[in-house]
Design a protein around this ligand. Structure first.
Ligand SMILES: [Fe+2]
Length: 153
């Protein structure tokens, strides 16, 4: 087993966790005319998807690597908080500002996902099952980017 794999997975787990935390907060903090839809059908759906994705990702990481640091809450929360500090907070923003940050955050996650996919392919460790898992995430995030882009108009 390539020894970079647990670190690659751990970093991506924490990027997902950072987005999950951010979108959960956006669900709480969105406001204005579009509140009901944004709260429930946009940020609500996105943070719930990210919660499920995180669960699947951590379980797969343990299965693939047997490295329990991939599920350590102290390691994950520490790394996630460092990643979150590079995000703009959704607090004290207008609904429009929150959508703009949301779009950039999710686009960043998708970029990280594509990088992870590429690295696994390069080191010859991209199993069919892992590819399917990552492609499923990418497809859903592209759908959410479409929804956020429409909301931005
Ligand atoms: Fe809620």
């Amino acid at each position: 087993m390539n020894n970079r794999i647990p670190d690659l997975l751990l970093i991506y787990i924490c990027f997902t966790k950072a987005n999950q935390t951010w979108f959960h907060a956006a669900h709480h903090l969105t406001k204005g005319k579009g509140f009901a839809g944004d709260h429930e059908l946009l940020y609500g759906k996105i943070y719930q998807t990210l919660t499920e994705d995180l669960d699947a990702l951590i379980e797969r990481a343990i299965g693939l690597t047997d490295n329990e640091m991939c599920a350590c809450p102290i390691v994950i929360s520490d790394m996630t908080s460092r990643i979150l500090k590079s995000f703009f907070s959704p607090a004290d923003r207008t609904d429009q500002e929150i959508v703009e940050i949301a779009y950039d955050s999710l686009e960043g996650l998708l970029q990280n996902l594509e990088n992870l996919h590429e690295k696994f392919e390069l080191i010859g460790m991209l199993s069919l099952g892992l590819e399917d898992l990552l492609a499923g995430f990418a497809s859903q995030y592209e759908t959410y980017l479409y929804m956020l882009k429409q909301r931005l108009k």
